[in-house]
Design a protein around this ligand. Structure first.
Ligand SMILES: Nc1ncnc2c1ncn2[C@@H]1O[C@H](COP(=O)(O)OS(=O)(=O)O)[C@@H](OP(=O)(O)O)[C@H]1O
Ligand SMILES: Nc1ncnc2c1ncn2[C@@H]1O[C@H](COP(=O)(O)OP(=O)(O)O)[C@@H](O)[C@H]1O
Length: 226
């Protein structure tokens, strides 16, 4: 298989299919993308909860949380690892830092997917090329792109963290939707309107119906542990 830097890929004895059989469902990545405040985290949580009730194995990777650990900022890393490390590996919000943020998250999500788990990711992921690279790194059908399509005006009105206000005042630079781009998905698997017309639970149920239709999940009335 692939070999670089004298590294060799190992085939493991327990396969993905073995794990999926044990779990009673397939693994995949549900990639939520949309503006800050569009409703990604809320939807990921609603979906996670409904899936848990059905006995589905999931993990949630969420923007703010992952940026506290795996993808910590230079400021945070400086305290623990020093200046050079922070400069090289800390991530902010420049285009290249967002690219690396998404690359790392894509790789982690893929590991969960290969373990037969449903990974729910909630990142702005504003660049098409970064999302496409994650898609292309995975098996066909594993990457399910869900565009959380909430208009900027609605996100800005919600402004739960007060970040839009700061961005408008010039206190935060490169804020997505204000002075940084968001490239809308061209052909996502799903588009959800999280503008308040429907509850997060109803939106999550639509995604579950899609997963059943794709045979990633067993039909609603079957119990995976039977
Ligand atoms: N400049 C700038 N632009 C956009 N967002 C910003 C910025 N600075 C901080 N934040 C906060 O970081 C959250 C987005 O992080 P992500 O990792 O999802 O961003 S990205 O995918 O790398 O673009 C985002 O959280 P969500 O509101 O959950 O999307 C913001 O709270
Ligand atoms: N479907 C929805 N209908 C109404 N309000 C919503 C909906 N989804 C999210 N919200 C609200 O919008 C705000 C931002 O949601 P959040 O999930 O934090 O967005 P994001 O993770 O995309 O930044 C929160 O105050 C949340 O309660």
């Amino acid at each position: 298989m692939t070999s670089d830097l004298h590294l060799t890929w190992h085939e493991h004895r327990v396969s993905r299919e073995d794990r999926e059989r044990l779990n009673g469902h397939r693994g995949c990545v549900i990639w939520l993308t949309g503006l800050s405040g569009s409703g990604k985290s809320t939807l990921a949580n609603a979906l996670d909860h409904l899936l848990l009730e059905r006995g589905v194995r999931t993990v949630v990777l969420d923007g703010d949380n992952v940026r506290h650990g795996l993808n910590a900022s230079p400021e945070r890393l400086r305290e623990t690892h020093g200046e050079e490390f922070a400069r090289r590996f800390g991530l902010g919000f420049s285009a290249i830092d967002r690219e690396e943020n998404i690359r790392r998250i894509g790789a982690v999500a893929q590991l969960f997917c290969e373990a037969g788990i449903i990974a729910l990711t909630a990142f702005i992921s504003p660049y098409r090329i970064d999302r496409r690279r994650v898609r292309n790194s995975m098996r066909e059908g594993d990457f399910i792109e869900v565009f959380v399509d909430t208009p900027l005006e609605v996100c800005e009105r919600r402004d739960p963290k007060g970040l839009y206000k700061k961005a408008r005042a010039g206190e935060i630079k490169h804020f997505t939707g204000i002075d940084d781009p968001y490239e809308t998905p061209e052909s996502p698997e799903l588009v959800v309107k999280a503008d308040g017309e429907r509850t997060p639970q109803a939106l999550a149920e639509d995604i579950i119906a899609y997963l059943v239709g794709r045979q990633i999940l067993p039909p609603l009335d079957s119990n995976p542990t039977d």
